[in-house]
Design a protein. Sequence first.
Length: 225
Amino acid sequence: MLKQRQYWNNKIIEWSASGYRKKKEKISLVERIAYPFRKADKRYLAGIELIGPLAKNKVVLDLGFGVGDFSFGIIKYGPKKVFGIDIADSAVAFAMKVAIKKKVERRVQFRRGDVTQMKTLPESDIIVGLGFIDYLNRNQLRYLFKLIGKRKFLFSYFEKKLSILNLIHSVYVKFQNCPGAFKFTRKEMKRIIPLSAKTSLISKNNLVFITNIPNLKELDWQYKL
């Protein structure tokens, strides 16, 4: 994962700035073009809508937090604590500065970590990853779900299928020399995730997620894996 760490250390601030339309960061022409296809701002807002009503007095773990937008957004729902783990040192430094500026450093904690190398995840009630599992291969995904165990989770899901969006994304990944970007079909994900997880694919605001959280509200559709 060293290549991914080096890549995201250099890329994360610009990528997140383009993804969430932040004007203070310098954004390259490539990222400006890629923005409409990424839907990162809609994704984190959908994630907050799904998890927010469940977060009160819970410990939320945000994997691959980027610059912390989901972590900061979920705070208003009253979680006991929010932990964020990201592979990039630059992401941690940026998010910690924002936490201090927002005066929420006691409610949210960020640290660098490579989930694929961890023996355990921090104690948490709900695990979230938005734009996270797209960068794990098959074996790394199996290991992640082993670490998760019986805990509740929600991950955004970029399905492997024939589409214009997938084609554009593949071209972008190659052009940017992004290491380790993966897609899996529904059948492949079903074989990767333990049956005991009782996982479903859901759609919220036309975005797809993988979750084992039951009875989520106001979904576009739900499909059991």
